[in-house]
Design a protein around this ligand. Structure first.
Ligand code: F0G
Length: 451
């Protein structure tokens, strides 16, 4: 670990501690809030530790032709912007990051937005954005000499953790809410050799329990309360700025669950601004499912000064979270960039997901809240047609194939949920049809399904 270049700063009381002094649940000993990783040398203009913006852009271009694992990783190629390790050659990497930025042409046309993109983080090694955070925090776990790591998860964190733990040669423990995660994700945790405990509680209960467990045993906590996770998860912000030739889009739309990701992206853009890599920050908006919307309620009812946990219900199981740990950090990202916090219904999520599928991309349900949210923001006049918008698609379509199949078979949503949207849904549905094994029957099926 590089204890000289970084320290942890509490977002509640501002207390600063060395990384080695963090409690095992990553809560401040003074006030119980979470920490940010901070690089004190960056605030000294002209100081040796402060990355030089021009030089860094040049180095990043050079690294594109490198065959070294740390240069091929979309996280560690930005290592000057997350100098947490002593030796980057020891990073635990699966060549995460470097995810594609796709033009969403159909949705752009339908919404009359000139520039609409999807940053598809589902194209990471284990199929979700969690890999970018996991490479960072798992490298820290290894550097500290831990033999066992653990997380509570709605599925994707556990898949990523299990994979990176296996690569690092560490044991991993997964706590998941029984029956409430998608099978694809559970299968990954099993495949990668994690000890997987299905608990009769929700995600929030799993995280509460794990915070107690890590106080009693030498197990490294890898949920996004671990500030090193967010150091990895901020790097897609760098990739986006780089893809726009170090300008930034006007608006970034992110799904909100435990609220680590929106916080991390906010940190990434904030740091680029401070270092002179970009000239401004994009608006960052967070979209939650209407049945799991504690942050939306916090903005609506308490001006985001406090948050009351809710009992969460949504078929977008990845974001079925009622008591998000990083909510204060997410509020900071939304408020400092002038973004919004909004929620969308189950039908809106399902329709948006099918539309992203129809663009040839696909994503998991939690990711589709971004397009559903954009539609709302556009309808309310909060996004103008000339703006450049990036949707963060957080997970791969195959993570939750059951959801997709249920939608196309008409078995996903109830009648009440679809009232007034029947035609829209019918136009998107593509159920598999049973036909005779003859050319005539197959061609008839093709004609019958012409869009
Ligand atoms: N999208 C997907 C696909 C997710 O898996 C998650 C979170 C989110 C969005 C929300 O991100 O929590 O940073 O606000 N999944 C976690 C997990 C909680 O355990 O896999 P967030």
């Amino acid at each position: 670990m590089n204890e000289i270049l970084h320290q942890l700063c509490c977002i509640g009381c501002g207390a600063r501690i060395p990384g080695a002094a963090a409690r095992s649940d990553f809560r401040c000993t003074e006030c119980g809030e979470l920490y940010d990783v901070e690089y004190p040398g960056w605030s000294q203009r002209g100081g040796l530790d402060r990355p030089n913006a021009g030089g860094l852009k040049w180095v990043l271009r050079e690294r594109r032709s490198s065959t070294e694992a740390v240069d091929q990783s979309g996280v560690w190629r930005f290592r000057e912007l997350l100098p947490i390790l002593d030796n980057f050659g020891n990073a635990v990497t699966l060549r995460e990051g470097n995810t594609p930025l796709y033009h969403l042409t159909r949705a752009a046309r339908a919404l009359r937005i000139d520039q609409l993109f999807a940053k598809h983080q589902g194209m990471n090694p284990t199929g979700s954005f969690k890999d970018t955070g996991m490479t960072a925090a798992m490298s820290v776990a290894k550097a500290w000499g831990f033999e066992c790591v653990a997380c509570a998860s709605t599925g994707n964190t556990s898949a990523a953790m299990a994979a990176y733990a296996a690569r690092a040669g560490l044991r991993s423990l997964v706590l998941i809410p029984e029956g409430k995660i998608a099978w694809g994700k559970l299968s990954q945790a099993m495949d990668f050799g994690a000890v997987t405990c299905q608990l009769k509680t929700d995600f929030d209960g799993c995280l509460r329990l794990l915070s107690q467990i890590v106080n009693e045993a030498p197990i490294y906590l890898l949920n996004s309360v671990n500030p090193y996770r967010l150091e990895g998860q901020k790097t897609p912000a760098f990739e986006i700025a780089e893809a726009f030739d170090w300008t930034v889009p006007d608006h970034l739309i992110v799904p909100g669950g435990n609220l680590g990701n929106s916080s991390a992206l906010g940190k990434g853009f904030r740091e680029m601004l401070e270092l002179g890599l970009v000239a401004r920050m994009p608006k960052i908006s967070v979209v939650q499912a209407a049945g799991a919307n504690p942050l939306v309620r916090s903005f609506r009812e308490h001006q985001a000064a406090s948050l009351e946990p809710v009992e969460a219900h949504t078929r977008a199981t990845a974001i079925r979270i009622g008591n998000p740990a990083s909510w204060r950090k997410a509020v900071r990202a939304i408020q400092e960039t002038g973004g919004w916090c909004l929620d969308v219904t189950e039908a809106e999520i399902a329709i948006a997901k099918a539309e992203i599928g129809a663009e040839g991309l696909g994503c998991e349900p939690a990711s589709a809240v971004t397009l559903a949210g954009l539609k709302k923001l556009r309808a309310e006049g909060k996004v103008a047609s000339g703006e450049t918008v990036v949707l963060m698609l957080t997970g791969h379509s195959l993570k939750d194939a059951d959801y997709t199949i249920d939608f196309h078979r008409g078995a996903l949503l109830s009648k009440e949920e679809t009232v007034g949207r029947e035609a829209e849904i019918a136009a998107l549905r593509r159920d598999a049809v049973a036909v005779d094994a003859t050319p005539a029957a197959v061609l008839a099926a093709l004609r019958g399904s012409a869009r």
